[in-house]
Design a protein around this ligand. Structure first.
Ligand SMILES: [Ca+2]
Ligand SMILES: [Ca+2]
Ligand SMILES: [Ca+2]
Ligand SMILES: [Ca+2]
Length: 374
């Protein structure tokens, strides 16, 4: 049985940092594409390919990632992997077992000082190369049955080709629209990729109200000043939300694009607190999860905060106008816990001044539930 292969082209101009999705030039499918042979039971799937590293040489920095979507271990000993140029290797002496829900990274050079900082699970011979302007990776099990295969056209320069995490499926990963150049996460060497870890999203899927701004400290005590400003954000959905690539803008149009290598996550039913400064000795003792530094300047008394993901406005709040309580020095503005909703928080009547004293003497509940306004 030979599984369908797909062809990715037109990705060269689609580098991370340019925004948008990476399929603006439609790829061309190979004539061999035949989804009738696809099943959803593949033991492993190819999730990421670094064919064209930029900051290290190709002969050191090429690798690809495979993922075990099942729950049982998959033992790859005896499996053969070939490329489009006819090179192949068999996993023999080196044991390679991938636990369920885990990744393995196979690459050409395991010296992290030379390969861009990638920790490999398996080192393949250096005649196995990943072409920059098109190649294939074909995985066959010990019985010679094709497990997964990909073919790509042009490989992005300095970023891996990355399967969208919502498409971790042996059928979906034959669809060209399921891949993009890694958008946000940098490896230690500086190129973009997520070897051995969940891939970046290709498109940030978000709906209005998924995240809601629940608390705003725009007017810290004078002795704390600008560094004491913070904003609390609540996740109303049943899934954790990674904020990489999301944007927080203020009323002046300054934009903060979150970039945390996957570290900044809003738990389902939980909070993150973003603020001007990490140092609790400088910011009034507030534990923040992410610093906006000098990127945003919240006006003390009135401003507009807008949180968006790939063009979808998820929440916006204009405080200090339209029936909002007047901002008071050293006191945060908090949303009533019964009004955690992107529309309800447009109404000033659903906000009130915090009453809970913090270590600095200011009042607020950063990262914790607000008290009732009624
Ligand atoms: Ca290459
Ligand atoms: Ca990955
Ligand atoms: Ca709103
Ligand atoms: Ca709070």
């Amino acid at each position: 049985m030979r599984r369908a292969q797909f062809v990715l082209v037109g990705l060269l101009g689609c580098m991370a940092g340019m925004g948008g999705n990476c399929t603006s030039e439609p790829p061309t499918f190979g004539s061999t594409d035949d989804d009738t042979t696809e099943t959803a039971s593949a033991l492993v799937i190819i999730t990421e390919v670094m064919a064209n590293p930029h900051r290290v040489a190709d002969q050191d920095g090429e690798w690809f990632e495979i993922y075990n979507p099942g729950t049982d271990d998959v033992d790859l000993v005896g499996w053969t992997i070939s490329d489009g140029g006819g090179a192949e290797f068999t996993i023999e002496d080196d044991e390679l077992i991938i636990p369920g829900g885990s990744y393995a990274v196979l690459g050409v050079n395991d010296k992290t000082e030379d390969n861009g900082g990638v920790t490999l699970d398996f080192v393949y011979p250096d005649d196995f190369t990943l072409g920059n302007s098109g190649d294939s990776i074909i995985i066959e099990d010990a019985g010679g049955t094709l497990v997964d295969a990909v073919s790509y056209g042009n490989a992005p320069d300095g970023a891996s080709l990355s399967l969208d995490p919502s498409k971790y499926d042996p059928v979906a990963n034959d669809d060209e629209a399921s891949f993009c150049a890694t958008r946000f996460t940098r490896m230690p060497g500086g190129d973009l990729g997520t070897p051995g870890a969940l891939n970046d999203a290709c498109i940030l899927e978000a709906s209005p109200g998924d995240l809601v701004i629940t608390e705003i400290m725009s007017y810290p005590l004078a002795e704390i000043g600008e560094w004491g400003k913070f904003v609390e954000i609540f996740n109303t959905t049943s899934e954790a939300i990674r904020l990489d690539g999301w944007i927080m803008a203020d009323g002046a149009g300054d934009q903060l694009t979150f970039s945390s290598d996957g570290a900044l996550v809003v738990p389902s039913g939980g909070y993150v607190v973003i603020g001007a400064h990490f140092e609790t000795t400088e910011n009034g003792g507030v534990d923040i999860d992410y610093s906006w530094g000098n990127t945003l300047v919240l006006n003390e008394t009135t401003d507009t905060l807008t949180l968006s993901a790939d063009g979808t406005v998820v929440d916006t709040v204009t405080y200090g106008a339209g029936g909002f309580p007047a901002m008071t020095e050293g006191v945060s503005l908090q949303l009533d816990p019964g009004a955690i909703d992107a529309s309800a928080n447009d109404e000033g009547a659903n906000w009130c001044l915090s009453v809970t004293e913090m270590s600095s003497g200011e009042k607020g509940t950063p990262g914790a539930e607000n008290s009732s306004c009624t």
